[in-house]
Design a protein around this ligand. Structure first.
Ligand code: BGC
Length: 545
C-alpha cells in the first residue's frame, strides 16, 4: 500500500487528553502526558492517534468549545509541546490526527465577541443571527442536542443566535464565504505543523437551512433515533433543516482540496444525521470528499449479529467506493463492554472485550478505538456531585451524561488515582479500574491488553482483513459470519456474540478447503466437517477457497 493510503484498514487510537496522563500533576491530563506514554501507545500496534481537542477553550464542553483555533490551552501545554508530540510520534511511526470543531466556536472566541456587538460590525454575519418572532419567541422550533431550544437571546444585538449544542457554542454561518475561508485557514495552520489528518467534529452541522424552516415533528414510535431517545426532546423532531444541508457537500470538497495539497493527510468525518449511513456514503464518495466517515450506528445499545450485519450491509450497498471507519466507543457514549455486555451479563468478561475489538477490526473499513477499550474498562458510575458534563447535569437522573466513559486512564494498580495523577483528578478513578490498570495486565499474556496488542499485529498479516471486500454469510443469532476477499486471499470470519456455546452449519463451498487460523490469540472455535462449534465469545478465522 503506498504511503498516501496508510489510513485504509488503519487502527486509530483515540486519546482524550484530559484523562490520559497528567504529566504536570494538576489533576488534568496534558500533551506532555501523551508524550510520556508514547511507548505504551506504540506497544498497542496502532497506526494513528486521534487526539481530542486541546485548543484554547473555556472548557464548557471540555474543549469542543474553542476560543482560539491556533493555540493550545495552557491546561494542556503549548505549541512547542504539540510540535514535540508530532515529532516523537512520527519517530515511532505513529500518525497524528487532531480534532477540528468547525461548525461552532466558543462564545469567547474573538469572532463571536465582535459579532454579538451590533448588526454592522465586520463579523456581524459570521454567526447565525435571527430576529425574534412577533411574540418574542425564537425564530423557529430548532432544539439543542444538549437540552432546550437552539436559540439564545443576545441583548446587545437584540437578536437570537443559533447553537446546536450548548448556548456557549454558537454556530458559525457557513453561508458566508469569509467564514468558510477563515475556517479553512485554521485547518491549514495545523497541516503546516505536520499533522497527518483530522477528525472532523459534527461535520454535517456546518450549514443550516438559510430560510430557517421549522423541523417537522417525529411520531412517538420513531423517536429512537441514534443516540437520542425519548429522554431528550431533540428526538421529537426530524432534523431536516438544522443540519446536513446540500451546501455542506461543497464545503467538504473544499476541505479535501486543501488536504490534497498535503499528501498523505486524511479527513475522517463524524456524521450524525436522520440517515447517517446515507450521509456517510455521500460524504465519502469518490476522491473529492472525505476519506472516511463514522456514524453513531454502532454506538447504540443494539448488540446482535443481525443489527451489526444490517448496519454494515446497508452501508456497503450505498457506500460503493467510500471507506467506513468503525467505532463502538468514544468519549460521548457509555463504554462498549458495559453497553453491549449487559445483555449477556458479561460486563466484566475479558473474552468479550477481546472479541469486540477483533470484531470491529475485522469488518471492511478502518477502526477508531477509544483509550481504555484495550483494557476492557467498564463505564464508571459517577455521583451527581462529581458530574462535570453539562449534558449529564441537564438530563440527570434519566441520563447521566458522558463522564462515565471519560474517567482517567488507570496506569497502576496500587498507586493513588491509579497512577494517572498524584492530585485529585478532574473525574474520579473508579475503584474497579485499578484492577484493570495497564500494570495489572502487562505481564498476563492472556489479558485484554495483550490480546489487543497481539491482534493488531496479527491482523496486519492478512491483506484481506485490512483491505478486502466483505460479504456476509447466513447465520443464526448470535453468530456473525462473513468472508473478506482481497486479490487471491479469502478469509472466513465468525464470531459468537453470546456467553453460551453455539453451533453453526456452514456451506460446503466454504468448509471444503478451509484452513483454520489459530494464532489470533482469542477464544477459538472448532470446525468439524461443515459444523462450527463456537464457545462463548469465540472467533473463527480460516482461509477458504
Ligand atoms: C463531540 C462531542 C461534543 C459535540 C459538540 C461531538 O460530536 O464528539 O463531545 O460535545 O460534538 O462539539
Amino acid at each position: 500500500m503506498s504511503e498516501p493510503m496508510w489510513w485504509r484498514g488503519a487502527v486509530i487510537y483515540q486519546v482524550y487528553p484530559r484523562s490520559f496522563y497528567d504529566a504536570n500533576q494538576d489533576g488534568v491530563g496534558d500533551i506532555q502526558g501523551i508524550i510520556a506514554k508514547l511507548d505504551y501507545i506504540a506497544s498497542l500496534g496502532i497506526d494513528a492517534i486521534w487526539v481530542s481537542p486541546f485548543f484554547k477553550s473555556p472548557m464548557k464542553d471540555f474543549g469542543y468549545d474553542i476560543s482560539d483555533y491556533r493555540d493550545i490551552d495552557p491546561l494542556f501545554g503549548n505549541l512547542a509541546d504539540f510540535d514535540e508530540l508530532v515529532a516523537k510520534a512520527h519517530q515511532k511511526g505513529i500518525k497524528i490526527m487532531i480534532d477540528q470543531v468547525l461548525s461552532h466556536t466558543s462564545d469567547q472566541h474573538a469572532w463571536f465577541l465582535e459579532s454579538r456587538e451590533d448588526k454592522t460590525n465586520d463579523k456581524a454575519d459570521w454567526y447565525v443571527w435571527a430576529d425574534a418572532k412577533e411574540d418574542g419567541t425564537p425564530p423557529n422550533n430548532w432544539l439543542s442536542i444538549f437540552g432546550g431550544v437552539a436559540w439564545q437571546w443576545e441583548p446587545r444585538r437584540q437578536q437570537y443566535y443559533l447553537h446546536n449544542f450548548l448556548s456557549s457554542q454558537p454556530d458559525l454561518n457557513f453561508h458566508n464565504p469569509e467564514v468558510r475561508q477563515a475556517v479553512l485557514d485554521n485547518v491549514e495552520f495545523w497541516l503546516k505543523r505536520g499533522v497527518d489528518g483530522f477528525r472532523l467534529d459534527a461535520i454535517n452541522f456546518c450549514f443550516h437551512d438559510a430560510q430557517l424552516r421549522d423541523n417537522p415533528s417525529k411520531p412517538k414510535e420513531l423517536r429512537q433515533s441514534i443516540g437520542f431517545d425519548e429522554k431528550n426532546p431533540y428526538a421529537y423532531q426530524y432534523h431536516y433543516f438544522n443540519n446536513t444541508q446540500d451546501e455542506n457537500l461543497g464545503f467538504i470538497e473544499d476541505i479535501r482540496s486543501l488536504l490534497n495539497q498535503y499528501p498523505g493527510t486524511v479527513a475522517l468525518g463524524e456524521i450524525s444525521s436522520e440517515d447517517s449511513l446515507k450521509t456517510m456514503s455521500e460524504y465519502t464518495q469518490g476522491n473529492g470528499r472525505l476519506h472516511m466517515g463514522y456514524s453513531f450506528d454502532l454506538l447504540t445499545e443494539d448488540f446482535t449479529a443481525g443489527y451489526i450485519r444490517q448496519v454494515a450491509t446497508s452501508l456497503e450497498e450505498r457506500v460503493s467506493d467510500g471507506w467506513p471507519c468503525w467505532s463502538v466507543s468514544n468519549h460521548d457514549v457509555q463504554r462498549v463492554i458495559t453497553r453491549w455486555g449487559k445483555s449477556q451479563n458479561a460486563e466484566h468478561t475479558p473474552d468479550l472485550a477481546k472479541m469486540l475489538f477483533a470484531l470491529i477490526s475485522s469488518m471492511r473499513g478502518s477502526v477508531c478505538t477509544y483509550q481504555g477499550e484495550e483494557l476492557g474498562l467498564t463505564e464508571a458510575d459517577i455521583a451527581y456531585e462529581d458530574l462535570q458534563d453539562p449534558y449529564g447535569i441537564t438530563f440527570w437522573p434519566q441520563f447521566k451524561g458522558r463522564d462515565g466513559c471519560r474517567t482517567p486512564h488507570p496506569w497502576q494498580r496500587d498507586a493513588v488515582n491509579a497512577g494517572f495523577s498524584s492530585v485529585k483528578p478532574w473525574l474520579p478513578v473508579p475503584a474497579e479500574h485499578h484492577g484493570k490498570s495497564v500494570e495489572s495486565q502487562e505481564h498476563n499474556k492472556d489479558s485484554v491488553l495483550n490480546s489487543f496488542r497481539h491482534f493488531t499485529r496479527w491482523r496486519k498479516e492478512f491483506p484481506a482483513l485490512m483491505y478486502g471486500d466483505i460479504e456476509f454469510v447466513d447465520s443464526q443469532e448470535p453468530v456473525l459470519a462473513f468472508v473478506r476477499t482481497y486479490q487471491e486471499q479469502r478469509l472466513l470470519v465468525c464470531f459468537n456474540l453470546s456467553a453460551s456455546k453455539q453451533s453453526l452449519q456452514l456451506p460446503t463451498e466454504l468448509t471444503a478447503d478451509a484452513t483454520a487460523l489459530t494464532n489470533h490469540g482469542l477464544i477459538s472455535a472448532t470446525l468439524t466437517g461443515e459444523s462450527l462449534t463456537l464457545p462463548a465469545f469465540a472467533c473463527f478465522f480460516a482461509t477458504v477457497k
